[in-house]
Design a protein around this ligand. Structure first.
Ligand code: KG4
Ligand code: ZN
Length: 358
């Protein structure tokens, strides 16, 4: 069985083919094509929705064709199409959904509507590939599975008892952790996207140089990152000898490279500790058989280091290319929807849901 996955919720236009021989058999990644409009957004310091939507229109057909070709698959071999219908940017989601709907009708394939955040979790179920330079876990995670989802738009902790049977334990009450990485990077004058820039800069810094607060939340498993973001801004203002009303975009020019590195390292340590603390707490309460991390921030080396160091069970990480947005995670989720008889979507009516929650 082969599933085509299509993802276009933000600034990545992505498609992938995943193969699986049946229930209990490994998921094999046959192709993973991603076209990003990141460079077009870099000059603005963040994703511009209109630019993202326009570049999806240009890229989506070539990306799907490339995914089929790299998988040496033609339409006859595709059993179903899985597409992200939320959460994400409206204009971006529309392109993927309309393309998938059209293909489902014209090629006569079942269509599965996928939740982007659930998709991130399913990247961890890919255990084999025909592609070069992918490092995948040797086996799929066991249930019950604790999933920490950390991306540019989401910070969530969920307990999966089985496929399609999970409880959301907690989530961010304000900013997502990736958003905090991106905003702190902006104040430090580091290039977009901020996550990778911060983790690179942090390598030269002292993670204990600044003491930053970890938010205390009412919900045991909830997160908050807006206070941390403001605390970083205040620390930078103080280090520069400036008051609160000094323009934040002028601060980076006053900081030495060593100061920037110390701030990046201290922020990263605190942000990562915050999510690892809650993951440990949930681990102790629910005693899961596996723990997975998912989403763009799952590519962060400090997060992986702290998880491995603090969790009492070995944790398998997926390839960095499968952490940020991709079509393979949607195809992987589609495999289970198809195998386990989940409802299909109507290709004539499927709508996007930009605010879809878990
Ligand atoms: O999952 P993703 O590609 O898109 C969303 O669904 O949001 O995540 C993108 C986020 C961005 O905020 C980016 O800065 C962050 O993931 N990110 C990282 C790293 N790589 C990407 N954050 C920290 N460390 C990284 N190495
Ligand atoms: Zn994502």
């Amino acid at each position: 069985m082969k599933i085509l996955g299509i993802e276009s919720s933000c600034d990545e236009t992505a498609a992938s083919v995943v193969e699986c021989a049946g229930i209990g058999k490994p998921l094999k990644l046959l192709s993973n094509e991603v076209a990003t409009s990141m460079d077009l957004h870099a000059v603005y310091g963040g994703v511009v929705p209109e630019i993202a939507a326009r570049s999806h229109i240009e890229s989506i057909i070539p990306v799907i064709e490339a995914a089929l070709s790299a998988a040496s698959t033609d339409w006859d071999d595709i059993d179903a199409i899985a597409v992200t219908y939320g959460a994400g940017l409206g204009g971006s989601l529309l392109i993927g959904v309309l393309t998938a709907r059209t293909l489902a009708i014209t090629k006569n394939k079942p269509l599965y509507a996928c939740n982007h955040v659930e998709g991130h979790v399913y990247a961890n179920f890919l255990t084999e590939t025909t592609l070069q330079r992918y490092t995948l876990p040797s086996s799929a995670p066991d249930f019950p599975m604790l999933a920490l989802i950390v991306s540019g738009g989401h910070s969530q902790l969920a307990l999966f008892r089985n496929h399609f049977d999970y409880t959301l334990l907690g989530q961010t009450r304000d900013d997502a952790i990736g958003e905090a990485f991106d905003k702190v990077a902006k104040v430090l004058g580091l290039p977009y996207p901020g996550g990778p820039s911060i983790s690179k800069k942090a390598l030269e810094g002292d993670p204990k140089a600044f003491t930053l607060p970890k938010a205390k939340m009412e919900g045991k498993y909830d997160f908050s990152f807006s206070g941390l973001k403001t605390a970083v801004l205040r620390a930078i203002q103080e280090a520069c000898g400036k008051t609160y009303d000094f323009p934040s975009f002028e601060l980076a020019g006053l900081l030495s490279e060593a100061q920037k590195a110390d701030i990046a390292a201290s922020f990263q340590r605190t942000a990562v500790e915050t999510v690892v603390d809650k993951t440990l707490l949930a681990f102790e309460e629910f005693n899961p058989k596996s723990v997975v991390i998912a989403g763009g921030v799952a590519a962060n080396p400090e997060l992986r280091r702290q998880m491995t160091e603090r969790l009492p069970l070995p944790i398998a990480y997926t390839d960095l290319k499968l952490c940020t947005d991709n079509g393979a995670m949607i195809a992987a989720l589609g495999v289970f929807k198809h195998l386990l008889g989940q409802p299909t979507a109507d290709p004539f009516t499927l709508d996007i849901n930009p605010n879809l929650s878990m």
